[in-house]
Write a new protein. Structure first.
Length: 404
């Protein structure tokens, strides 16, 4: 646990700095249907998407599959421990995503994006559509896709960092457009977790592509949320994502990590690895400001979030503390926590919620095997601890997507 302790200390130091320099830096509760399946990537050298079906009771079933992406995973370098990063090999949320019946997954080790069709009869049956397309950035770690616009956008965080998009059809992905560059001064693989791209995702109305980028308070390097305008297609013009972003560095945030849109609201719930969680709202629909924020005590790094439709609250996770913390969508105040330490995992990364349940990935650490913990959001209890070794999933695993 040396590395995690160090991470904890470092982030605690950062938090002190942030606090010392605050300027530097819908839903019917009874109508929630269970998901059909969850997906993650092994992110191993021979990268694969692992699919696990969800039963009618909301629990994971043992008939999962593994489908090669025809690409390679990779690992970031952890500058706090001077070791190859794992768990949390990519320092990202959403390394794979779903739009309609298509699934998209990044290959960080070979700078490409793979696209699959999900069989509507059997959500664990994936068929690759076309060939993986080259991404102009290096070390892609996060992907967003819009069924409405038929477009997928990838965030890369290596020596060439930024966001690039490609349209897709039933035949596969088109060519990626020009990289919207971020001047991070990174290497390939990147040295993080600070100063790396965290997540890309579309707004609910499809008009904005958001990207979170972690700052590095030890280098006076401010993190930001980049908002790119999305222009819907017209009779004469294909859909396009603006090359220019509106950049916000909401006061009091520093290491913006995973985030989630909210049903029936334009606000975002964001995690910040340096302190906990925040609700962002948008001034005149553009500049992000903090509507509420809350420190998660005892954290090492709060980095991933999913909003439960059952409770209308955010569940956040930490790679170094095995619990889920439940936070308000109004002001990020802490509503409770689900202590999961009894299952023996070191901590949790990416997660998704559907029906009454929250599904969170622990890649393990090589000693502890990878597992998904399923929590009932209403009763705040673990209802399943599903181990992943038999599906070939180890400590490099990343991401989670859920088919509704
Ligand atoms: C990591 O390496 C750098 C450069 O060699 C060194 O300054 C730092 O103390 C090392 N950190 C740890 C935790 O070993
Ligand atoms: C950090 O950056 C801010 C804003 O650019 C600047 O005002 C401040 O002097 C910088 N501090 C250090 C220690 O470099
Ligand atoms: C892996 O995690 C378990 C549970 O937290 C811990 O007991 C073990 O020491 C960890 N192993 C390594 C290699 O970090």
């Amino acid at each position: 646990m040396y590395g995690l302790t160090l991470l904890s200390l470092s982030l605690a130091t950062i938090m002190d700095q942030v606090l010392a320099r605050p300027t530097s830096c819908g839903m019917g509760a009874t109508q929630n249907k269970n998901g059909k399946a969850i997906y993650l990537i092994t992110n191993d050298n021979t990268n694969a998407v692992v699919s696990i079906p969800i039963g009618e009771d909301g629990l994971l079933q043992t008939t999962g599959t593994s489908t090669a992406t025809a690409g390679a995973g990779s690992n970031s370098f952890d500058g706090l421990t001077n070791q190859t990063a794992a768990p949390d090999a990519l320092f990202s949320q959403s390394s794979l995503t779903i739009a309609g019946n298509n699934l998209f997954a990044v290959n960080a080790g070979c700078n490409s994006l793979s696209m699959f069709a999900i069989d509507p009869q059997d959500p664990t049956k994936l068929t690759m559509v076309g060939k993986p397309v080259a991404v102009p950035g290096e070390f892609p770690t996060t992907v967003a896709a819009s069924a409405e616009h038929q477009i997928a956008c990838v965030g890369s965080t290596g020596a060439k960092a930024g966001v690039s998009c490609a349209s897709f059809s039933a035949k596969g992905l088109g060519a990626m457009d020009d990289l919207r560059e971020f001047d991070l001064g990174q290497t390939t693989p990147p040295v993080g977790p600070m100063n790396t791209v965290s997540q890309v995702a579309f707004s609910n109305d499809g008009k904005t592509l958001f990207t979170t980028v972690k700052g590095d308070p030890t280098k006076n390097n401010t993190g930001f949320l980049a908002s790119f305008h999305v222009q819907a297609c017209t009779k004469t013009k294909a859909v396009s994502v603006s090359q220019k972003a509106v950049m916000s560095s909401p006061a009091g945030t520093a290491v913006l990590f995973g985030f989630s849109t909210m049903k029936g609201s334009n606000n975002l719930f964001v995690t910040d690895a340096s302190f906990g969680g925040a609700v962002l709202s948008f001034d005149q629909g553009i500049l992000a400001t903090v509507q509420g924020k809350e420190v998660v005590y005892g954290q090492t790094a709060t980095c991933w979030v999913a909003i439960s439709p059952a409770t209308n609250t955010a569940f956040v996770t930490d790679v170094g503390v095995n619990r889920m913390v439940e936070m308000s969508l109004t002001d990020a105040s802490i509503q409770g926590q689900v202590d999961l330490s009894a299952n023996g995992d070191p901590g949790l990364i990416d997660l998704r919620a559907a029906g009454d349940f929250v599904y969170a990935l622990s890649p393990g650490n090589g000693t502890t095997q990878a597992a998904v913990t399923v929590v009932n959001a209403m009763t705040k209890e673990q209802v399943q601890h599903f181990q992943l070794q038999d599906l070939g999933v180890g400590k490099n695993a990343q991401g989670m997507a859920l088919l509704e």
